[in-house]
Design a protein around this ligand. Structure first.
Ligand SMILES: *Cc1c(COP(=O)(O)O)cnc(C)c1O
Length: 364
């Protein structure tokens, strides 16, 4: 399977690229995509880079009915010297296979998938924007395509990678957001699919998000699905708190998504000798810390924003203001460092970056 070559069919036309200040997340797609099929007994085959185009899938394809699908999200960054780099892509591909396993989707060779992403980004190198804070978002995903209404794992799949140039997440500096602690709806439960990056988790989260958005909150803080006592995540980000000098984040427990950014934040804090621990954190405990004046910072972490500071947490009708509603020192330092590494402005002490060859060696 690692022996596969990637067939390349280049597009005859090129789309007009939007100006970098006009980019809206997830709305514009590049000229090409990567596609690979799975069927038995062939396994994964037909790896190809083709013009970006609609898919032809039967209405009976299993993904439409039972939601057997997984996805990933990562970015390619352009450095000042014009190089293109990926941030920890092997972590995303490792997680893709964990998600695949949970959803009964056959595994994908991670090295081959990385090669495919590198080749696709190389073909689309002119789509990697260079304005400050911009990047090329990479969306790998798998869908089940067998035309069958029986409830069982599909025997046919497609692995697809599409690319979308994205603008700067923070146009005027980091802005801290208001969060509602969700005590009615839950995102997932222990033994569920919370640990997998699957569309169903997002479908399940929309209702809560819609309700709090009406009250002016940016996101919800999810509590555990059993007792609704312990903190899990914030929106579709992992969450960190600085309490009395120590940074804490909920311990991975099977229902929390293991974010690549979460892991990077932990590694950085350790590198700086800032106390950090992964543990179960109850909402009561957090509330008490706020009352005692020891809740010093709170922030979300994820690929899209990197760091999203929390200005306010509203729980059971009480507004808890964090750090005077301002971005905390650690939040800012982590944000500055991760983005500096991504754009090649500082050293990469952890070897997080993977370079994409930009001399086009693709033969059509
Ligand atoms: C993708 C995702 C995250 C963040 O993961 P990163 O790898 O850091 O982008 C956190 N929580 C959920 C539910 C997610 O889907």
């Amino acid at each position: 399977m690692g022996e596969q070559t990637i067939r390349v069919q280049l597009s005859e036309t090129k789309k007009q690229k939007p100006e970098s200040d006009q980019l809206i997340f997830g709305k514009t797609f590049t000229d090409h995509m990567f596609v690979m099929d799975y069927s038995e007994p062939l396994g994964w085959h037909n790896a190809s880079i083709v013009p970006y185009q609609p898919l032809t899938i039967e209405p009976s394809a299993m993904v439409f009915h039972y939601g057997q699908s997984v996805f990933e999200g990562l970015k390619a960054f352009r450095t000042a010297t014009g190089d293109i780099q990926l941030f920890r892509p092997e972590k995303n591909l490792e997680r893709l296979n964990l998600s695949n396993d949970r959803l009964c989707i056959p595994p994908i060779d991670e090295n081959f998938a990385l090669e495919a992403i590198k080749q696709l980004v190389s073909v689309e190198k002119d789509w990697v924007p260079d304005a400050p804070g911009t990047s090329l978002y990479i969306r790998p995903f798998v869908i089940s395509t067998e035309p069958y209404l029986g409830v069982a794992p599909s025997s046919h799949y497609k692995f697809i990678v599409i690319l979308s140039p994205v603008g700067a997440y923070y146009k005027e500096g980091i802005n801290p957001v208001k969060i509602a602690v969700e005590d009615h709806y839950v995102r997932t439960v222990k033994g569920g699919t919370g640990e997998a990056k699957t569309g169903g988790n997002y479908a399940a989260s929309l209702k809560a998000q819609e309700m709090v958005a009406k009250e002016g909150f940016a996101q919800v803080l999810w509590l555990d699905g059993v007792e609704r006592k312990y903190i899990e995540e914030v929106g579709s980000m992992n969450v960190f708190f600085k309490i009395n000098g120590e940074v804490v984040t909920p311990k991975l427990n099977g229902s929390i998504l293991a974010g690549v950014t979460r892991n990077s934040v932990i590694e950085l804090l350790k590198h700086w000798n800032i106390p950090v621990s992964e543990k179960r954190i109850s909402m009561e405990e957090l509330h008490q810390a706020h009352k005692d004046g020891t809740l010093e910072e709170a922030f979300g972490s994820g690929t899209a924003a990197v760091i999203s500071p929390i200005a306010q947490l509203t729980w059971e009708g009480e507004d808890m203001i964090v750090n005077g509603g301002k971005t905390g020192e650690i939040s800012q330092k982590v944000y500055d460092t991760i983005t500096a590494i991504q754009y090649g402005k500082t050293e990469d002490p952890f070897n997080w970056l993977v370079n994409v060859a930009t001399k086009n060696t693709i033969k059509n």
